[in-house]
Design a protein around this ligand. Structure first.
Ligand SMILES: [Zn+2]
Length: 64
């Protein structure tokens, strides 16, 4: 497990379950008028939000 990944996890919001991440997803989508996605993170065992356009660039930390 790489340290840099952990750093990313810390800088992002982490959600404990799908219900929670969906609530925030809807809220941010409304706020930004932009479609968002969420994914399960194996490093922190939680969910993170990401904009769908940068979904494939997750590994580089370009996500929300
Ligand atoms: Zn994470």
């Amino acid at each position: 497990m790489k340290k840099s990944i952990w750093k990313q996890c810390k800088s992002k919001n982490r959600y404990r379950n799908e219900h929670e991440v969906n609530q925030y997803r809807k809220m941010y989508e409304r706020e930004r008028g932009k479609k968002l996605d969420y994914y399960w993170c194996v490093y922190c065992k939680g969910y993170h939000l990401t904009s769908s356009e940068s979904f494939l660039e997750l590994r580089y930390g370009e996500a929300l």
